[in-house]
Ligand binder design. Structure first.
Ligand SMILES: [Zn+2]
Length: 470
């Protein structure tokens, strides 16, 4: 959700003998309505997202047939127009669209790859709230050739269930959406599936309704979510309610066959959250937890309030602990403070990687953590990459993570712990539930430290080779 500015313009006019205070009502649309842009102008993916409106809330109401893999979905988007709109786009690929309504009236639509162009019967006034409802059906996963990474396939069926991973742009492979992190929105996710499957999604489980052989799970998120962080997981899960940390419930979904092992491997999440609450600021969302898919996955993903793992995480050990800490840190850096554009990926991955090292200091001690940090540094010596602008092909390249973590480690060594953690707190305070670009972080670092850090950040973020070890 973009920060909406509800401006009531107060015109105060002083004349010689009189003062007027007049309230100016919103201007009626002037001139002709125009189409919303087909992208938000992301430097790496210019066609992602759309212009002309600001999505506020999505309701995803999905009936899932686990035998045929067909889904029937009714997606409703409430949005506010940001221009006088003749038509607007959503990002959406695949499926058969059965119906498109805008404010209850049938609307024309056209499709071109990932762009769904909707033309309502009447134009939409600037700043008007409007509701779009799209009903569609089909088998998800038929358009994964459009996916840019193994964790961008969107809704993915595996032998024992379904997971959803969409970074950076897989959301539009399973529901129509303004698919860019700059337009976050809140969500209601309603999934109907046959027993005995269970469903884990973002936010809070409001209820489970029994209807014969089917169950309907309703999940709601109070906090806005970037589209790539929306997730639905269906499998034979057992829910584990862990400790409540400073008012935040931690609930996990483990495969029922791995329930005990899941509890063991994820037993440190409460301690991690307490550490990060102190290091960064209070955990930013209504709940946290992890879902372990009933299959092995080559990644883990920080899906908001419910991080996603493959069952290979259950091998445990220090490697698993680093990954679990990394995904939790993303709640602060990535999920709450999201990148303004995909060029700002260092603000996600550098921070999550360094955050996992902060956990290691507590978990295995400072000396052992130093050894691991040095291993990361050594591995980066022959991996030149400008991590402040890595390019679309290198969003998830290892220097973004490890050289990215070292950038923060070097900043901490230069400024000292007090100033370094004050910077992280200020950055969270200013950009929580919003978006930031790298320049925003640098500005806060300079303001809090009182130092000119231009040369420092240029060396670490905007030169290909890693600077000398500090
Ligand atoms: Zn990450």
């Amino acid at each position: 959700m973009r920060k909406a500015s509800h401006l009531v313009l107060l015109l105060v006019t002083s004349l010689l003998v009189m003062a007027f205070i007049s309230e100016v009502s919103p201007q009626l649309p002037q001139g002709d309505p125009t189409p919303g842009a087909s992208g938000v102008g992301d430097p790496y993916f210019p066609e992602l997202g759309n212009g002309g409106y600001d999505a506020q809330h999505y309701t995803l109401d999905i009936d899932v047939n686990m035998e045929t893999n067909v889904i029937v979905s009714t997606v409703t988007m409430q949005a506010r127009a940001t221009q006088f709109l003749s038509s607007f786009n959503l990002d959406f690929a695949g499926f058969d669209i059965l119906s498109v309504l805008v404010d209850g009236n049938p609307a024309d639509f056209e499709r071109n790859l990932r762009e769904l162009v909707i033309t309502p019967t009447a134009p939409i006034g600037d700043e008007a709230l409007f509701e779009t409802q799209i009903i569609y059906t089909g088998v998800p996963g038929r358009n994964v050739d459009l996916a840019r990474s193994p964790f961008a396939g969107g809704w993915t069926r595996y032998n024992l269930g379904v997971y959803v991973a969409s970074e950076p742009d897989g959301a539009s492979l399973w529901y129509p959406v303004n698919d860019h992190p700059s337009d976050k929105a809140t969500y209601t996710i309603i999934i109907t599936v046959a027993k005995p499957y269970s469903v884990a999604a973002n936010g809070t489980l409001l209820g489970i309704a029994d209807e014969g052989e089917q169950r309907t799970y309703t999940w709601q998120s109070r906090d806005p979510i970037a589209s790539y962080l929306v997730t639905v997981n269906i499998s034979y899960f057992e829910r584990h309610d862990d400790t409540v940390v400073e008012g935040v419930p931690i609930r996990n979904y483990f495969p029922n066959v791995n329930y005990r092992r899941g509890q063991e491997v994820f037993s440190d999440q409460a301690d991690m959250m307490m550490l990060f609450n102190d290091a960064f600021s209070a955990y930013p969302f209504e709940a946290y937890g992890s879902v372990v898919a009933n299959t092995s996955l080559p990644f883990a993903l920080e899906t908001q309030t419910l991080s996603l793992y493959g069952n290979n995480i259950l091998q445990g050990g220090t490697g698993a602990s680093i990954t679990i800490a990394h995904e939790m840190v993303h709640a602060w850096f990535g999920d709450s403070v999201s990148p303004a554009t995909w060029r700002d990926i260092w603000l996600n991955e550098g921070f999550a990687t360094y955050g996992s090292a902060l956990w290691l200091e507590q978990y295995i001690g400072v000396d052992e953590t130093e050894r691991i940090l040095n291993e990361w540094y050594d591995a980066m010596q022959n991996r030149p990459l400008i991590i402040g602008d890595p390019g679309a092909q290198n969003l998830f390249a290892s220097p973004v993570y490890y050289k990215g973590a070292w950038t923060l480690h070097a900043l901490r060594l230069r400024l000292g712990d007090d100033t370094f953690f004050n910077i992280l707190h200020s950055y969270q305070g200013q950009y929580a539930n919003s978006n930031a670009e790298i320049a925003d972080f640098i500005a806060i670092a300079e303001e809090v430290s009182g130092q000119d850090l231009g040369t420092f950040f240029d060396a670490w973020l905007y030169q290909p080779n890693i600077p000398p070890r500090p």
